[in-house]
Ligand binder design. Structure first.
Ligand code: 6PG
Ligand code: NI
Length: 190
């Protein structure tokens, strides 16, 4: 006989070792260099085509977007690589509803969580397997892969948070994470 809890299960599975999210209801998006070109200071990428995948997000929306009180769950995997002296990174965003917070947890790889408040003060948190990151509301967040292997992390955020990418497209972050002599270094914008 089927347990009631099994019957109700949507069959979503997280692979905590390799950082995969599986299940029929899981959605996926991919961001390539052509999507992200404007984010990088020196966007010429020798030897890498515009279709090079920088990162993939797989996520589950168990309730409708914009529903107050629900939660979404996602897994992001960022490839290892650089564009000029900047590491492969996510677009970065504020939540459209500014007071909505989020958790990130690193599964594998290494990188930096880049956090910027609305006064444009930017700081870093190191991401290593097992590191847990609380991103308060009103904080723009972006992740850069500073290692030689893919970086994967899970995220959990409110279903009505939304994404404000336009503010980052318009103004960027106030500092860029650059590879300076092999070390990730936060370099303020002039
Ligand atoms: C979210 C999360 C997270 C994020 C991805 C990709 O609010 O949905 O922060 O799932 O969207 O890591 O980053 P970008 O949304 O900045 O491309
Ligand atoms: Ni977010």
């Amino acid at each position: 006989m089927t347990e009631p809890s099994q019957a109700a299960s949507p069959g979503i599975r997280v692979d905590w070792w390799c950082g995969r999210l599986e299940g029929l209801l899981v959605r996926e998006s991919r961001k390539t260099l052509s999507h992200l070109q404007k984010l990088f200071q020196y966007p010429a990428c020798e030897g890498m085509g515009p279709d090079t995948v920088v990162y993939r997000v797989r996520w589950w929306e168990p309730v409708p977007a914009n529903l107050e009180g629900g939660l979404f769950w996602g897994l992001t995997e960022i490839e290892s690589g650089q564009v000029g002296d900047e590491y492969f990174m996510t677009h970065g965003h504020f939540h459209a509803k500014r007071d909505r917070a989020e958790y990130y947890g690193t599964i594998q790889g290494s990188g930096m969580l880049i956090l910027m408040n609305e006064k444009r003060e930017t700081r870093l948190e190191e991401m290593l397997p097992g590191s847990l990151h609380y991103i308060p509301g009103g904080i723009a967040h972006r992740v850069a892969n500073t290692g030689v292997a893919p970086l994967s992390f899970w995220a959990c955020w409110p279903s009505d948070a939304g994404h404000d990418y336009a503010t980052i497209d318009a103004n960027g972050f106030s500092a860029r994470l650059k590879n300076r002599n092999g070390r990730p270094t936060l370099v303020p914008e002039e």
